[in-house]
Design a protein around this ligand. Structure first.
Ligand code: QUE
Length: 354
């Protein structure tokens, strides 16, 4: 059987290669655990100077997670879903706190779980094929894997715009927003990786040498609108601002937003508001874990996965159907902390590992 993720050391480089091409390398629990096992070993392996994460055969970097499993588990007792989130968020946090340089090659589709293993890396390479998005409000989920942390720190309320619309950013836009640290044309990736393996101590120089100026970032033209129209943390106020705005941008943005789960949209806005003021990334992941275990049990997540990914009818019937139906009390229940015995915990820090 072929492995869903390949982990090996090659000439001073810890290589992590996603290898589940049939699912655009979407993450499973086993894949997350295998990546964390390798990263934990490499922390103390003096042969490993730098870690490089990319995908093996097939298109796309990583489409997200195994959401069909999550929806099935959420309709049962959610044990398997919670196991996945626990492992995935530990991996996200391990990368965020890793003390060797890490490089993610975000070539092609980079969504959800793929964003979660890219953004914590030291160096994040975008190409002309990069399509980065946090599209979870389309399926009744929310922008997890640290979304509340990263997206709330973007300028001009772009994070709020991204989660409420599912907008896909291209490589130039990722570079412009500093979601990517480098822009490298896809045709230059092979040589870049070869150069990193020739001199892993000089990875930064190799990245700089491989980079080319990105084309203009289209999102720059919309920043006036995103900062003004997505200024509120209240969904009804964002919708009202878009309704009062003339022009095709506001009209198409509003039409897209109306297809998303109102519950997910409100959960997402609150997560970003809370994430903006958190002091530690571990606090973000602890809060997201409590939230994720509850959101997978909602009607909207089951319905979203069914309509968008299983039956592909594209017309999910959300409940509540309208933003006004989603009350603060509903959100309070979803956001409540877990009792200590059930809480998410990061891996122990490196210093305490023998
Ligand atoms: C919104 C999402 C996801 C999505 C589509 C959305 C998501 C996700 C996948 C996905 C795609 C292909 C696969 C797979 C999962 O699609 O999170 O296993 O093969 O993981 O509109 O949030």
């Amino acid at each position: 059987m072929t492995e869903d993720v390949l982990t090996f050391v090659e000439r001073g480089v810890g290589r992590i290669r996603l290898n589940r091409p049939k699912a655009i390398h979407a993450l499973t629990t086993r894949m997350c655990e295998a990546m964390s096992d390798a990263l934990l070993r490499w922390r103390t392996d003096s042969n490993v100077e730098v870690v490089l994460i990319d995908h093996a055969e097939g298109r796309g970097f990583c489409a997200g997670g195994d959401v069909v499993m999550l929806a099935r588990s959420g309709s049962e007792d959610a044990t398997e879903a919670k196991g996945f989130f626990f492992a995935e968020y530990r991996l996200n946090h391990l990368l965020f706190t890793y003390d060797k340089p890490t490089i993610a090659i975000m070539d092609g589709i980079t969504m959800g779980g793929g964003v979660g293993i890219s953004l914590p890396c030291t160096y994040r390479v975008a190409t002309e094929n990069t399509r980065l998005a946090m599209p979870e409000t389309s399926i009744g989920l929310f922008p997890d894997v640290g979304g509340g942390w990263y997206l709330s720190r973007l300028p001009a309320r772009v994070g709020q715009f991204m989660v409420l619309t599912g907008a896909r950013l291209d490589g130039a836009e990722c570079r412009y927003l500093n979601l990517a640290t480098h822009y490298v044309e896809q045709s230059g990736l092979e040589e870049l990786i070869e150069r990193i393996m020739k001199a892993p101590g000089r990875a930064q120089g190799a990245l700089g040498a491989a980079s080319t100026p990105p084309p203009p970032a289209k999102i720059e033209e919309s920043l006036g609108q995103t900062s003004r129209l997505f200024a509120s943390d209240r969904l009804e106020e964002v919708i009202a601002a878009l309704e009062q705005e003339d022009g095709p941008w506001a009209e198409s943005t509003l039409a897209t937003m109306r297809t998303k789960s109102p519950l997910s949209c409100k959960v997402s806005l609150r997560l970003l508001a809370e994430g903006a003021v958190r002091e530690a990334f571990a606090d973000e992941m602890r809060a997201e874990y409590a939230l994720a275990g509850r959101v997978v049990r909602t009607h909207d997540f089951r319905e979203g996965v069914r309509a968008v990914l299983i039956d592909k009818t594209g017309e999910p019937q959300w409940d509540p159907a309208r933003p006004e139906g989603v009350t603060d009390e509903m959100l309070d229940v979803l956001f409540a902390p877990l009792p200590p015995s059930e809480q998410w915990m990061p891996f122990p820090a490196a210093e305490t590992v023998a």
